[in-house]
Design a protein around this ligand. Structure first.
Ligand code: ATP
Ligand code: MG
Length: 242
């Protein structure tokens, strides 16, 4: 019995597990295996970096971890849920409740103010307008953009736009943040500011998984997964100082 309990507790520490994850893209008769059997386990509260050459499968992997795409073979288990068993509306709910996404190109709605952009995901979750505004204001302040509520994306710098996108990713209190090259379009000062924000979130317990090309930005990461040709080439633990 003790052994089973221990095993169960062992399992509970993992927020994401992948089992022999494959993604084969098909175009016509040509098949391209972008991921060739990825096994990874990510602990609750970890800060993880995924690095590797262009085309190694980083974005493909992140999209599978975030339930944005389905694997050709293998499993992704998020917080104990085998997501291959979920219907598409259940997947959408899981994404909305547990996950926050940040992309290289910010993906803000150009004709909406910073505040309105942050409110968008809360409309889908049925949060009343007054509470939406309040929460959006608090989040904008959290990312250091108090006073920029009314600015549209074109009236913000790249770094500021990414901060708005981070605030938007946080609206439903996600347990996990997935970020695909969140600093790829930014100068080094803004990139560092974004990493500091992610680090602060991580210290509050949010699990962070981010893809980067820039090894200067992985100093807060507990583990770094090196991808090559669709496989994990190595996994490096880092001693992180706060
Ligand atoms: N929708 C798709 N259809 C066909 N092939 C794809 C598709 N998406 C990605 N690929 C291929 O799969 C491989 C992995 O792509 P992926 O975008 O995951 O790489 P990446 O590591 O994120 O690269 P980068 O650093 O350039 O962003 C590449 O060879 C790519 O051409
Ligand atoms: Mg990519």
């Amino acid at each position: 019995m003790q052994l089973i309990e221990n095993l169960k507790n062992e399992e509970k520490q993992w927020i994401i597990t992948t089992i022999d994850l494959w993604k084969i893209y098909k175009s016509g008769k040509i098949e391209y295996p972008a991921l060739r059997g990825i096994n990874m386990k990510i602990r609750k509260g970890e800060f993880i970096a995924i690095v590797g050459p262009s085309g190694s499968g980083k974005s493909t992997l992140l999209n599978l971890l975030g339930a944005l795409d389905r694997p050709t073979k293998g499993k992704v288990i998020i917080d104990g849920i085998d997501i291959s068993k979920l219907k598409s509306n259940e997947l959408a709910e899981l994404r909305n409740k547990k996950l926050g996404f940040i992309f290289q190109t910010f993906n803000l709605i150009p004709y909406m103010s910073a505040l309105d952009n942050i409110e968008v995901p809360m409309i889908a979750s049925g949060i009343p307008p007054k509470e939406r505004k309040e929460r959006a204001r608090k989040l904008l302040e959290l990312v250091g953009l108090k006073g920029f509520e009314k600015n549209r994306p074109s009236e913000l710098s790249g770094g500021q736009q990414q901060k708005v996108a981070i605030a938007r990713a946080l609206v439903n209190n996600p347990q996990i943040i997935l970020a695909d090259e969140p600093t790829g379009n930014l100068d080094s000062k803004s990139a560092n500011e974004i990493i500091e924000i992610l680090h602060d979130l991580n210290k509050k317990g949010v699990t962070i998984i981010f893809v980067t090309h820039n090894l200067n930005l992985i100093k807060y990461c507990h583990r770094v997964f090196w991808l090559k040709d669709g496989l994990i080439e190595k996994e490096v633990e880092q001693n992180v100082k706060d």
